[in-house]
Design a protein around this ligand. Structure first.
Ligand SMILES: N[C@@H](CCC(=O)N[C@@H](CS)C(=O)NCC(=O)O)C(=O)O
Length: 326
C-alpha cells in the first residue's frame, strides 16, 4: 500500500498538480491518507419506527430507493415493515450510554459499521465530521484514524472493538460466542471491505461519482472541496488498480457479485444471519455496504445478485442514520 501511495503521490505531483496550489496538494495528501478508503454513501429509507432524535434527509443528489407499487408490491412492502419492526431490539434504557459522540468520515465503511449498530439499537449519538486533511477535530486523541467513539467520556477505537464493547454493555449476560457470527464479522474486515474500493473507483465516471459524494459531504473548506473531487477521483481511479493487484482481484465486479452471493448463501434461507433478527455480522455487512448501495457499484450489485431482499430488510430494521451533527 505504501508503494501505491508513493507512486500516486508522484504521479499526482507530475501530472495533476500542474498549478501546484496548496489546496490541490492538500487534496493529494488527503487522497493518500483518506481517500484510499471507499467513497461511501449513507442512504436512508423511511423508517417504520419512531426515533428519539430526528433524522437527516438523504442527500438530494442521490437517487433514492424505489418502493414497489401496486397491490402486491404494497403488500410485500408492508410485510417487510412489520417483520423488520419485529426484528428491532431496543435495549433497556438503564443500559444506554448517556452521551455518545462519533468522530467519522461520512464515507468511511468502518464508521458506517459503527453507525449501523448505533442506529439499530436506537442509541442516540452526535456526529463530528473530521476534516481528513487537518484532522483537527481529533487532535485531542493519539489515535489518528476514524471511527473514534466517545462513550460517556471514554474513547473507543476500531470499529469491531467498538461494536464488541457496546454490544457487551447492552447484553452484559451474553457471554456465549456465536461462531458463525464471528466468522462472518471477520470476513467483512478481511475480505468484503477490500472489494469495495476497486469497485467504486473502477472507471473514471464511477470515481467521479464517488468523489462527488465525498466532496459534498466531507468536512472540507471550499477550496479543498473542489480539489478533493477532481484530484481525489483521479488518484483513486489509479490506486484502485493497485488495490486490485494487492488483493488478487482480477475482475472487481465479479468479486463484488461473488461476495454478495457468498453472503446471501450464508443466510441459508433465513431473514438475517441472526435468524429473525439481525446479529452483529448482519450489521457489519450492511454497515460497510450502505455507503455504496446507491452508487453504480451498489446498484449493479443489487441488480445482478440475490442480496437485494436481505439488504432491504436490513434498511428497514436499522432505519435511517440518526446521528445529529455536533
Ligand atoms: N481497523 C480500523 C480501520 C479504520 C480505518 O482505517 N479508518 C480510515 C478511514 S476509512 C482512516 O481513518 N484512515 C486514516 C486516515 O484517514 O488518515 C477500524 O475497523 O475502525
Amino acid at each position: 500500500m505504501r508503494r501505491a501511495q508513493s507512486v500516486f503521490s508522484t504521479l499526482l505531483s507530475r501530472n495533476l498538480l500542474t498549478s501546484s496550489s496548496a489546496a490541490t496538494a492538500a487534496a493529494a495528501a488527503a487522497a493518500e491518507r483518506t481517500l484510499l478508503r471507499p467513497a461511501l454513501y449513507s442512504t436512508a429509507t423511511t423508517s417504520p419506527r419512531s426515533r428519539w432524535w430526528s433524522s437527516p434527509s438523504p442527500p438530494a443528489s442521490f437517487p433514492s430507493k424505489s418502493v414497489p407499487v401496486g397491490l402486491a408490491g404494497a403488500l410485500s412492502f408492508s410485510l417487510t415493515l412489520v417483520s423488520a419492526a419485529d426484528a428491532k431490539e431496543p435495549p433497556s434504557p438503564e443500559l444506554l450510554p448517556k452521551d455518545v459522540v462519533l468522530y467519522q468520515y461520512e464515507a468511511c465503511p468502518f464508521c458506517n459499521k459503527v453507525k449501523a449498530f448505533l442506529d439499530y439499537y436506537d442509541i442516540p449519538y452526535k456526529i463530528v465530521e473530521v476534516n481528513p486533511l487537518s484532522k483537527k477535530e481529533i487532535k485531542w486523541s493519539d489515535y489518528k484514524k476514524v471511527p473514534i467513539l466517545v462513550v460517556d467520556g471514554e474513547q473507543l477505537v476500531d470499529s469491531s472493538d467498538i461494536v464488541n464493547k457496546l454490544s457487551h454493555r447492552l447484553h452484559p449476560d451474553n457471554s456465549v460466542v456465536d461462531e458463525e457470527e464471528a466468522k462472518w464479522r471477520s470476513w467483512v474486515d478481511e475480505h468484503l471491505v477490500h472489494v469495495l474500493s476497486p469497485n467504486i473507483y473502477r472507471t473514471t465516471s464511477e470515481a467521479l461519482e464517488s468523489f462527488d459524494y465525498i466532496a459534498k459531504h466531507g468536512n472540507f473548506s471550499t477550496t479543498e472541496r473542489f480539489a478533493a473531487k477532481y484530484a481525489g477521483a483521479a488518484i483513486m481511479y489509479i490506486i484502485s488498480k493497485k488495490l486490485k493487484k494487492k488483493y488478487n482481484i482480477t475482475d472487481e465486479r465479479a468479486a463484488l457479485y461473488e461476495a454478495a452471493e457468498t453472503w446471501t448463501r450464508a443466510l441459508n434461507g433465513r431473514d438475517f444471519l441472526g435468524g429473525s433478527k439481525p446479529n452483529l455480522a448482519d450489521l457489519a455487512v450492511f454497515g460497510v455496504l450502505r455507503p455504496i448501495r446507491y452508487l453504480k457499484a451498489g446498484r449493479d450489485m443489487v441488480e445482478n445478485t440475490h442480496i437485494g431482499e436481505w439488504y432491504q430488510r436490513m434498511e428497514t430494521a436499522v432505519g435511517e442514520p440518526a446521528g445529529i451533527k455536533a
